[in-house]
Design a protein around this ligand. Sequence first.
Ligand code: ARG
Length: 468
Amino acid sequence: MATPSRSGVFSGDADRRVERFSESISFDCRLYEQDVRGSIAHAQMLAKVGVLTPDERDQIVVALTEIGQTIAAGKMEFRQELEDIHMHIEQALIERLGDVGRKLHTGRSRNDQVATDFRLWVRDAIDQIDRRIAALQKAFVGRCDRDTDVILPGYTHLQRAQPVLAPHYWLAYCEKFERDRSRLADCRRRTNQCSLGAAALAGTTLPIDRHDVANRLGFEGVAANSLDVSSDRDFVLEFVFCLTLIAEHLSTWAEEWILWSTVEFNFIKLPQEFCTGSSIMPQKINPDVLELTRGKTARVIGSLQTLLVLVKGLPLAYNRDLQEDKPPVFNAFDTVDACLELAAPLVEGSELNLAAIEERLERGYLDATTLMEYLIQRGLPQRSAHHAVGALVRSALERRCTLAELPLTEFQKTDPNLDASVYNVLGVHNAVRAFKSYGSTAPSEVARQVAHWKSRFFGAEARIQSAE
Ligand code: ARG
């Protein structure tokens, strides 16, 4: 049987090897639900403008719905010679309805059909990732009450720098993921434009109503230029870029917690259900989920690279190269979706090793900068205060003690007027209390931010609970 896209101009079928080489059904079958939705909207529009009768429309809508159910149930047999999901669904329709089925493809081409289906799919995928990120943010916010007063050493260059409150740490990740969500929302706006009706590249001479189709499919608008939109994959690249940054954020978090879970750091205990053992070393409890989260980021970056290279040399409008856009997007989406699914319970289920953290908190002179700022507030120029505190740290290093353990006479070498009140900013607990600036780790600032995030994620729940 000749395939529907091989018209009378061909005298026979394609070479079997060419069919195998050029099929996309093996991966674009994932678009079946979107294809059915798009075709139903198209048929309804065709009836509205008088191209189909109401009866023909109803037959098509019923048959398409049934075909969708058949595919969902895994009962459609996919055939290479039908190339892609669009041809499979149309062929099934023709097998059921004959000539009525042959009318569905009026006023559209696979070029705008593929683009429309993919926009619908990406829109759903954006919503799914957004829900997953919200769950992860919620897990971080949920930790803030558990770890309220815990102080952690903050690092720069992975060297101990200044003390920070644990909730300050958790909310730092919430902010990063919040930017990811806002990028996704922005990408969603540009994705949510209807391509259908661009036809092959130039539009159509038939009296179609593109705005009607767009409305039925929940698109915000209709893409303005048929040449542009039949080849446009910006939304795909943008989405995968968003996924790449999410993966990067997950990867840096994973790296941090892998370090924290080592004997050397001993800051955190990961839930055992999220760890694996070694086949040779019986004592090992390995952080594989975090390592794979970090490792799988490579795939997502690779997908973005693939897409950027794919489109760089394409002239207007549709080129068959564009069929290659789906595997990298599916791969990037599946990867990030899976990483996010495990990230939230990992954040919830991990425990800070409070005793081990507290025991070593006074090592590393985390209060040195606070001391410097104390001297600045007493009138010393910053450069002089920086130098003076450097000398005090050197003296403490020589005596193998903390800054708080230095005698007052040492401080008075810097400024003879210094009195015992200098000790009020020394030690990490005092140092944290001394912070003031907006967005800092000052307890009042952190409390304000925790309240903001809690009302966002637990506000409704808290209200419901108090009403019960
Ligand atoms: N399988 C193709 C794809 O996914 C369908 C596009 C067909 N258009 C064309 N002019 N051959 O891109």
